[in-house]
Design a protein around this ligand. Structure first.
Ligand code: IPM
Ligand code: MN
Length: 364
């Protein structure tokens, strides 16, 4: 009997709904290829939830997510809500769902396809062959520490606490070693241990766990030096693990090595197989509804979901292969096209990837 997997689909704001529509078509194709069926439940998050439900993360959305096997998310945010107070901002919905669902391990791959090298802002010799994975701690640190706002005799004061418990560091570091093991067994742990107490604890925990993974080569690096080295010689990196705020910044930096944030997927994993999958790019309100958005990142996020939550390796690899093939054949959406006149729209890009996925699956 075929297995039914429950997915909560949260299209979100801006281009989210249109790229999600294409990602769902890919899921339907996987149903034809694998002995599996997906039951989809839609929910609201972000700006659209603020407008409809008065909160960026409705309880109904959390309930749906909790009873599902995985969550697929489009993107949240837009100028319409930018001046709202914190509890009515779309980003608060995203932070809330990460915390509520215990999604502490954020995997952000950044890979360079040969055919994309000309799109990168950096020289060919530097970016050709880049393939790295930033693992960002996602539910602790500066983002979730205590925030304060008060006045003293000198005027207004604001503070954000950077706090880590040992167990929070331990679980992300273990995840990182496991991931590094399946890649090229090189792990860089990034911190600011020359200044921050939370980083000193981070480093101590990494040191304690490292002997359990003798096959993985470990290096510690300070975050400022890492930021510099990522641009100078990115190929020295394979798997990088770091705390929330550093990971936010370094993963954006790493994404630009590939010249195409429109292509990068991400996974946010809890203990076990549960995860939330979303493109790294934002809601791109300037092109929302125009049918020109690049659906690749969301489709690759489906690929990550098949792999990390459902163990459907073959289907996941078929999607990855398909994306490479389509891009190598020169098909481009506007964001990555050198000649904008020849760019294809959202739907056609997905059509091509879908065709190629079928082929790649059958030939695997
Ligand atoms: C990201 C985003 C979010 C973050 C924002 C939108 C809250 O930048 O997913 O990287 O800072 O985590
Ligand atoms: Mn970010």
């Amino acid at each position: 009997m075929s297995q039914t997997l429950k997915i909560t689909v949260l299209p979100g704001d801006g281009i989210g709904p249109e790229v999600m529509e294409q990602a769902v078509r890919v899921l339907r194709v996987i149903e034809e290829l694998e002995d599996v069926s997906f039951s989809l439940e839609y929910g609201r998050i972000g700006g659209t939830a603020i407008d409809e439900d008065g909160t960026p993360l409705p309880e109904d959305t959390l309930e749906k997510a909790r009873r599902s096997d995985a969550v697929l998310l489009g993107s949240v945010g837009g100028p319409k809500w930018d001046t709202n107070p914190a509890h009515l901002r779309p980003e608060t919905g995203l932070l809330g769902i990460r915390k509520e669902l215990g999604l502490y391990a954020n995997l952000r791959p950044a890979f360079m396809l040969d055919c994309m090298v000309p799109v990168s802002a950096l020289k060919e010799e530097i970016v050709k062959g880049v393939d790295l994975m930033v693992i960002r701690e996602l539910t602790g640190g500066l983002y979730f520490g205590e925030k304060k706002r008060y006045e003293d005799e000198n005027g207004e004061v604001a503070s954000d606490e950077m706090i880590y418990h040992e167990y929070e560091i331990e679980r992300i570091v273990r995840r990182a070693f496991e991931v590094a093991r399946l890649r090229s067994k090189k792990l860089t742990s990034v911190d600011k241990a020359n200044v921050l107490e939370s980083s000193r604890l981070w480093r101590k925990v990494v040191e304690r766990i490292a002997p359990e993974y003798p096959d993985v080569e470990l290096r510690h690096q300070l975050v400022d030096s890492c930021a510099m080295e990522l641009i100078r010689w990115p190929k020295q990196f394979d798997t990088v693990v770091t705390e929330n705020m550093f990971g936010d910044i370094l993963s954006d930096e790493a994404s630009m090595l590939t010249g195409s944030i429109g292509m990068l997927p991400s996974a946010s994993l809890a203990d076990g197989n549960f995860g939330l999958y979303e493109p790294v790019h934002g809601s791109a309100p300037d092109i929302a509804g125009m049918g020109v958005a690049n659906p690749t990142a969301t489709i690759l996020s489906v690929g990550m979901m098949l792999k990390y939550s459902f163990g459907l390796e073959r289907a996941s690899e078929a999607i990855e292969k398909a994306v490479h093939e389509v891009l190598n054949s020169g098909v481009r959406t506007r964001d990555i096209a050198e000649n904008k006149e020849e760019a294809v729209g959202t739907q056609e890009m997905a059509d091509r990837i879908i065709e190629a996925t079928r082929r790649a699956y059958v030939n695997a």
